[in-house]
Write a protein that binds this ligand. Structure first.
Ligand SMILES: Cc1cc2nc3c(=O)[nH]c(=O)nc-3n(C[C@H](O)[C@H](O)[C@H](O)COP(=O)(O)OP(=O)(O)OC[C@H]3O[C@@H](n4cnc5c(N)ncnc54)[C@H](O)[C@@H]3O)c2cc1C
Ligand code: FES
Ligand code: FES
Length: 503
């Protein structure tokens, strides 16, 4: 087996002597690449963002920006990575190292003052600069052209779309980057001014070739190991041999545990590149979504095909986090405030669990058994999430958090309703943040089913919904507020959907 190494700015860089838990951020800085900064070490500020070559959605390779503070360096064994230093030589080939076009726009438009956040901003900006369908997406998101404000974008009555530039730049590409001194307008000006990559730009050309294949990794130092196998079967055998192993995919939860809670694992097993966990298939009666696809990949590949998921993604963390985060990780942690469970409960999804002996399918409604507990055994992996078809035509997802974007839910509620001839034939409602586990709002579903989709029914059902679960008081919200928000989320759904139903 070849010694673990990462191609950093075109140069093969051995992983040793880094410890298996060493983050990409520390790995880079210890090798003198100090452009990549540490702000928070928990995925909140984006000062550490770097670009990695990943399987592309529209081309063989996408340059994807991720939080270097969360990803273990060993997870990038055999992979290619570009830092802000590497961008400087890439954007204008044939010249001496000089500013990349995104760096230049940031400089000339005053997008950098103390400069601490700038390398992270330029990496996120470069990922969007190289996004192959950037121009195509310059059109406003559906539903915003009438002046409504959605998670996907904001368009004024005069037709101005504040969240997409004339160059198709989606400002949400920068949603995981914070700046404490510049003010965001010059940064937005820079983003909206970047042009199209030159044909001879090596990073633009790199997109036309396959990304580096995942490589099997046995990176062991002292008493800890980072292991990656090529197939699901090998990985499941390994998990049976190592019941102490911590499974990681995008590492957006695990990285926080390592950095902030100083957790260390004797054995980490990576599952994020297993082909069996990265398929997305549409069958006649269900959609199967691989547990290790990133949320960005699912979002772009489904392209709005599951509207409830399309509502969820923009409200889930930042683009930087969604570039790593997976459904397997969101369900695997069993958090009662994870955002995907309410949505997947409303969709009546099931999980395909795999171990070395085979597979079983478990309804998500039967999966969680207690606070951060589930029916999944330590040697089992979530291989895929199955969403049954057809989808309910009327759906809504409401996430109540202190900030509109990039925040953890206080409460989340997802609705999937079949309404025929003005009668609710079927209601499925998933809730997060109101009990030790994500739950279905069964009493509210009963209060709606068979009744007219009318103000009287909805007001009565909202009262039932306020009493679902056992909400707690904590630093995010009081129990009373959580209950009140549940009721409001149904009333809001009614207000938003009445027009759609009567149409
Ligand atoms: C800044 C920040 C913002 C965030 N915002 C949100 C948010 O808005 N909403 C939200 O819900 N979450 C949020 N999160 C939490 C996190 O991003 C999600 O839970 C994410 O989906 C985790 O996926 P991952 O692949 O990174 O998990 P990892 O960190 O790789 O794994 C977490 C755990 O999941 C388990 N696991 C992973 N894959 C599998 C699998 N295939 N089978 C079985 N078990 C598995 C393992 O036990 C592992 O230890 C945020 C995190 C950060 C750092
Ligand atoms: S250091 Fe803040 S996101 Fe990584
Ligand atoms: S320029 Fe100082 S933090 Fe952004």
């Amino acid at each position: 087996m070849v010694a673990a190494r990462i191609t950093v700015n075109g140069k093969e860089t051995p992983l040793a002597p880094a410890a298996p838990h060493t983050t990409v951020l520390d790995f880079l800085r210890e090798r003198g690449l100090t452009g990549t900064k540490e702000g928070c070490a928990e995925g909140e500020c984006g000062a550490c963002s770097v670009l990695v070559a990943r399987p592309g959605v529209h081309r063989p390779t996408d340059w994807v920006a991720v939080n270097a503070c969360l990803v273990p360096a060993a997870a990038l064994d055999g992979q290619e990575l570009i830092t802000s230093e590497g961008l400087a030589t890439a954007g204008r080939p044939g010249t001496a190292p000089t500013l990349h076009p995104v760096q230049e726009e940031m400089a000339v438009r005053g997008g950098s003052q103390c400069g601490y956040c700038t390398p992270g901003f330029v990496c996120s900006m470069a990922a969007e600069y190289y996004r192959p369908d950037r121009r195509a997406s310059a059109e406003p998101a559906q539903g915003v052209a009438d002046g409504t404000d959605t998670a996907a974008g904001h368009r004024d009555g005069d037709g101005t779309d504040h969240e997409h530039g004339p160059n198709g730049f989606d400002l949400h590409a920068l949603s995981g980057n914070l700046c404490r001194c510049t003010g965001y307008r010059p940064i937005r000006d820079a983003a909206f001014a970047v042009g199209t990559p030159l044909a001879e730009d090596p990073l633009a050309r790199r997109r036309e070739q396959s990304p580096p294949a995942p490589v099997a990794t046995d990176y062991v130092r002292d008493d800890s190991a980072f292991l990656r196998r090529n197939t699901l079967a090998e990985t499941l055998r390994l998990l049976r041999e190592r019941p102490d192993a911590v499974v990681v995919a995008g590492s957006t939860d695990w990285g926080v545990e390592v950095n902030i809670r100083s957790r260390r694992a004797g054995c980490v097993v990576a599952v994020d590149r297993l082909p069996e966990l990265r398929e997305l298939r549409v069958e006649s009666d269900h959609i199967e979504i691989g547990a290790a696809l990133t949320l960005t990949e699912i979002e772009r590949r489904l392209d709005g095909g599951v509207p409830l998921l399309a509502d969820l993604f923009p409200q889930f963390a930042s683009r930087l986090i969604r570039n790593g985060a997976t459904l397997g990780g969101n369900l695997g942690t069993g958090s009662p405030i994870g955002d995907s469970p309410p949505v997947l409960l409303a969709l009546e999804a099931s999980l395909v669990l795999a171990d070395a002996d085979g597979e079983r399918e478990v309804a998500l409604a039967d999966y969680f058994t207690g606070y951060r507990q589930s029916v999944r055994r330590p040697d089992e992996l979530i291989r895929a999430v199955r969403v049954p078809l057809p989808l309910s035509p009327v759906t809504a997802f409401h996430k109540i958090a202190k900030r509109r974007f990039d925040d953890i839910s206080s409460v989340a509620a997802a609705f999937a309703l079949d309404i025929e001839d003005g009668i609710v034939r079927r209601a499925r409602i998933g809730l997060g943040g109101v009990a030790a586990t994500p739950i279905r709002a069964l009493a509210t579903e009963t209060a709606l089913e068979g009744r007219p989709w009318a103000a009287e029914t909805v007001e009565a059902a909202a009262e039932v919904l306020r009493a679902e679960g056992t909400p707690m008081n904590d630093h995010r919200a009081s129990a009373d507020y959580r209950s009140a928000m549940l009721g409001q989320s149904l009333l809001k759904t009614f207000a938003q959907t009445t027009e759609a139903v009567s149409a």
